[in-house]
Design a protein around this ligand. Structure first.
Ligand code: GDG
Length: 485
């Protein structure tokens, strides 16, 4: 066999029958002081959930590797085939920081910040989506299953179908899908809807989001729809359904039960002066997460004399995020000022009511924080799901602790026994915080038990297998249903 044929054969063998396409690869690169490069798996449920499926099917993961202006060849990591997609500095600014995070992100989150519309950002979004689609078309074996992730890549399903009509294509949106009134602002609304319709199955966190999508497709693109199905003129049908994402609950519980975690949780409480109530917030520093509202509510409870500064401490971890996007820089300054003001107004010597940490921590420390907290406070103004709420619940193996949860987090649909709040209602939030702090152990344990059952019964494997089962199901069933006229 000629060398050229050998190379071809090797690359043909490497084609994957299961391909994940996501903005980022599931690994981060560490460069040691001596210049040696090491990849580390990035923490997160998505990798954990998809890894077994990828291993079984000789899967490949396509995504950006995290550094600008660098082209890397595909490589294997821990048995996974990783296919890096390069992005230039300008593309990171326009496709990622711009269109993804300053246009789509605020638009899809109830416009809690003002979305910016720039034609050059859109152009970069199209270019980069095409690059991802081309990479996926090359990596996928005949009749392979391709699963595209999230709002950065909404055009990929259509582009990919055009290149490879043999593929079965799924798409999952991790963030909310907005109601028609807001989505219509987008100058490129039709292209986005058509992009998504390239998939066989479009998954959302909540049924309401799937309905928003179906309604928009009917109104804006003019296709026939019936319940969860869109009927395309070429005879193909697309299913739009909810698959609420979850976490690896068993792994979190195992971490929480470790003696080191217990010891560290005790340490944390001790260093805060062993107060009666430890309240905790953990979020990416993002304007959708409702940090301002929750800190104000807590500060007012102390100022009003409802809570004694000696009795309660609020730990707020704000993980650095999207620091080059203007809105995030403004938010950081706002929160710095707010924390300073509250601590200055109601603190005492040796008693800071808010411990604010602008940093990111290893998972072991996250578990210790969850174990140290009596009240977990999750108050986003809008959130696709919110995994932090589920992680806290998974860690409370003794059924202790209380969860205060925004009605506007996707997780509220499942965690019904949380103390639910409208985060815009500061008085309502104050009452919920007080209720959670003052409830008896029996009341909190009743609530926690029910939430733990929900999280344990519906973990990340459940999510991935439900989605993939539907994606790979015999679509003839759908297609044989009578088409609406
Ligand atoms: C999007 C949607 C949806 C946070 N700080 C640290 C850290 N984290 C981890 C948490 C959690 C994850 O990051 C955050 O997930 P969330 O769901 O809370 O929020 P987003 O980042 O906005 O995620 C969201 C999610 O996608 C999945 O579909 O639920 O609605 O917005 O796992 O634990 N992890 C570590 N150190 C930190 O400092 N190790």
């Amino acid at each position: 066999m000629s060398p050229a044929a050998q190379v071809k054969r090797r690359s043909a063998l490497r084609k994957a029958s299961f391909v994940v396409v996501a903005n980022r690869l599931p690994v981060d690169r560490d460069t040691g002081p001596d210049g040696t490069v090491q990849w580390r798996k990035s923490p997160g449920g998505l990798v954990t959930a998809l890894e077994p499926v990828m291993r079984r099917n000789g899967g490949a993961w396509i995504g950006w590797h995290g550094a600008p202006d660098e082209k890397l060849p595909p490589f294997q990591y821990d048995g996974l085939e990783l296919v890096p997609v390069h992005l230039t500095t300008a593309e990171i600014e326009e496709y990622y920081e711009g269109f993804s995070n300053a246009t789509l992100w605020p638009l899809y989150h109830d416009v809690v910040a003002h979305p910016e519309f720039h034609r050059e950002w859109w152009d970069a979004y199209v270019t980069v989506n095409r690059r991802f689609a081309e990479r996926a078309a090359k990596a996928a074996a005949r009749d392979a299953v391709v699963w595209v992730q999230d709002y950065q890549l909404q055009l990929v399903p259509k582009m990919l179908r055009k290149l490879r009509p043999d593929l079965r294509i799924g798409f999952f949106l991790h963030i909310p899908f907005p109601p028609t009134e807001l989505f219509q602002q987008l100058p490129w609304r039709r292209q986005i809807l058509e992009g998504l319709l390239g998939a066989d199955l479009v998954g959302f966190q909540l049924p309401g989001a799937a309905q928003n999508f179906i309604r928009l497709v009917r109104q804006r693109v003019g296709h026939k729809t019936h319940r969860e199905t869109v009927y395309l003129p070429d005879g193909r049908s697309v299913l739009a359904k909810a698959y609420p994402i979850s976490i690896d609950a068993a792994e979190f519980e195992e971490l929480a039960r470790k003696p080191e975690t217990t010891a560290r949780a005790e340490d944390i409480r001790r260093s805060l002066g062993n107060p009666k109530h430890v309240l905790l917030g953990i979020d990416r520093l993002d304007y959708t997460k409702g940090l301002r509202q929750r800190l104000r509510a807590f500060g007012e409870l102390i100022a009003d004399g409802e809570v004694d500064v000696d009795d309660a401490v609020f730990i707020q971890v704000a993980t650095p995020s999207r620091e080059r996007v203007d809105q995030y820089r403004i938010l950081r300054d706002d929160i710095d000022r707010l924390v300073g003001r509250i601590n200055g107004d109601v603190g005492r010597i040796g008693q800071q009511p808010i411990t604010y940490l602008h940093a990111s921590y290893p998972r072991s420390e996250m578990a210790a924080l969850y174990r140290a907290a009596d009240v977990m406070v999750v108050t986003p103004l809008r959130d696709g799901m919110n995994l932090v709420a589920k992680e806290y619940v998974a860690c409370q193996y003794d059924d202790k602790g209380a969860l205060v949860l925004s009605e506007f987090a996707g997780a509220a649909a499942e965690l019904k026994q949380a103390y639910q709040v409208n985060p815009y209602d500061i008085n309502g939030t104050k009452s919920a915080l007080l209720q959670a702090m003052r409830a008896g152990d029996r009341e909190n344990s009743r609530r926690m038990k029910a939430m733990r059952k929900q999280v344990n019964d519906n973990d990340i494997d459940h999510w991935a297998s439900n989605f993939l089962r539907e994606l790979m199901a015999d679509r003839d069933l759908h297609e044989k249903q009578p088409r609406p006229v």
